[in-house]
Design a protein around this ligand. Structure first.
Ligand code: C2E
Ligand code: MG
Ligand code: MG
Length: 462
């Protein structure tokens, strides 16, 4: 039996008359062939079938290109929601991919081969070492996908991400080229603003960092490696503890405590923040209710909400469900959002905030003054408190005191409370007292406390 698949010929165009082009799609490859190849070599191919044939094709073409001194490139065109579109419009994924391949081949003159691979298409193309030409080609491909496709009479726009890996000193093998193009495509997929990316050596490190962190984060959630620490907040006049902020900590079995700034952005990017954020909310509400039930402490619990969470449809229902489940009254929960979290092109965040406020939940703006501050949002968003960022408490910086004074006055005249975070010195405290700041949070009083220490403190409260 031949080790080459029966290929339904795509009318691939090539700049060179001697270029032999091949199209390899899953539907064209017989299963028996997959086994015979695998068994013949004593091991199964490491990649899905068409990509396996593509690998062979790239290896073969690389040899020929090297002989004539040309430098081919591998392109990976990832297509979003492939399966969803295929089910919705009754099109096989291979037919969908064929349509995409046809669009690309109109742009690129020299295509040696194209194959279905994962959630997209792999292309082996003629020389793309000229950066300008490569950029232009990538842009043209992207433009070609800005027009809709017609699937069974319906116009559909496909979102694609293009990874390009040109032949280079350190990318000479077929495997390395394919892997590089796939990595570049996957990395660009989650980045707003651009939809194509050229492989460069730093990508490998970036990829490994972000993906090894992603895998360990998933494991951490399963194995309960997360915990909350609680930083008390004081009323400046009475000196009483009036609440605390729940701050997420990852207790890594080997690396110890990992601060949130290191892993929240990754969780935010891969969407895990929704699951993680729900765990934080539930745990914070449950714990606050437990303190309330055990003694006289009646503090508020502050929970940080990420941008993705605030955009999530059904957020208010989820929060309501958690409150019912844990028994905490809505008035004892404060959700902290940042300015940039609140500001978005659509109204989802605003709708969610309105519903949350209607439930009786407090909403504060965290790190106020450090984001895209637009006073317009203060008048639109239903905010109950502003948190002055620690940056403005650095008294040695000119104008900071004036900024703090203005924020406090503005908050009060808009009937919002104001809390200063990051209070570290007595001078800062004296200044904030003088300016009638309502509440304070910072190392001067307490660092974020692990559960046991926080419980001891709150249960002493009268
Ligand atoms: P944030 O919400 O502004 O939290 C305040 C940060 O300032 C905390 O850092 C806290 O430990 C630190 N801090 C408090 N007092 C002082 C002080 O006097 N001096 C100084 N230098 N720092 C002080 P942390 O715990 O590392 O958290 C960093 C950020 O991570 C938080 O900033 C928040 O944006 C995010 N974060 C923490 N937990 C969660 C969470 O459950 N969900 C989400 N979405 N974000 C979280
Ligand atoms: Mg906060
Ligand atoms: Mg803050």
């Amino acid at each position: 039996m031949s080790n080459k698949p029966e290929i339904k010929e795509l009318p691939l165009r090539s700049g060179r008359s001697d270029v032999h082009s091949e199209a390899i799609f899953l539907e064209d490859v017989e299963e028996g062939m997959f086994h015979s190849i695998g068994e013949k070599d004593g091991k199964k191919p490491q990649v899905p079938v068409p990509a396996y044939y593509f690998l062979q094709l790239v290896s073969k073409e690389l040899g020929e290109c090297e002989a004539v001194g040309s430098s081919p490139a591998v392109l990976y065109l990832g297509v979003d929601s492939l399966r969803k579109i295929s089910h919705t419009y009754d099109y096989t994924r291979t037919d969908l991919l064929r349509k995409c391949a046809e669009r690309v081949q109109v742009i690129i003159s020299g295509v040696y081969g194209v194959a279905e691979g994962g959630e997209g298409l792999l292309f082996l193309v003629e020389d793309l070492t000229n950066t300008e030409k490569a950029e232009q080609t990538a842009q043209e491909i992207m433009e070609a996908f800005s027009d809709p496709f017609l699937f069974n009479g319906t116009e559909i726009y496909l979102t694609v991400s293009l990874g390009i890996c040109p032949y280079s000193e350190d990318k000479q093998s077929a495997n390395a080229l394919i892997e590089g193009a796939e990595m570049a495509s996957l990395l660009i997929k989650d980045r707003p603003g651009s939809n194509y990316y050229f492989f460069n050596p730093s990508i490998s490190a970036e990829w490994k960092n972000s993906y090894s962190l992603e895998f360990s984060l998933r494991k951490a959630l399963k194995e309960n490696q997360f915990e909350l620490h609680y930083q008390p907040q004081k009323d400046i006049k009475s000196g009483n503890i009036v609440g605390c902020e729940a701050l997420l900590r990852w207790k890594h079995p080997d690396r110890g405590y990992i601060p949130p700034d290191l892993f929240i952005p990754v969780a935010e990017e891969n969407g895990m923040i929704i699951e993680l954020g729900e765990w934080v909310l539930r745990e914070a509400c449950r714990q606050n209710k437990e303190w309330h039930s055990q003694g006289n402490y009646r503090g508020l619990i502050g929970v940080n909400l990420s941008a993705r969470q605030l955009q999530q449809p059904g957020l208010a229902d989820k929060v309501k469900e958690i409150l019912l489940e844990t028994g905490l009254s809505a008035g004892y929960l404060e959700l902290e959002i940042t300015e940039s979290t609140a500001i978005s092109q659509n109204n989802k965040a605003l709708d969610n905030l309105i519903m949350l406020r209607e439930l009786g939940i407090q909403v504060s703006i965290d790190d106020f003054g450090t984001g895209y501050s637009s006073l317009k949002y203060l008048s639109i968003f239903p905010i109950s408190k502003l948190k002055i960022d620690k940056l403005f408490l650095q008294q040695e910086i000119q104008h900071n005191q004036a900024i703090v004074k203005s924020i406090i006055r503005m908050s009060h005249s808009m009937e919002m409370k104001v809390i200063a975070e990051g209070v570290e010195t007595e001078d800062q405290l004296v200044f904030l007292e003088k300016e009638n700041c309502d509440e304070i949070q910072g190392y001067y009083f307490y660092k974020p406390l692990p559960l046991e220490e926080a419980s001891d403190l709150f249960l002493q409260a009268q």
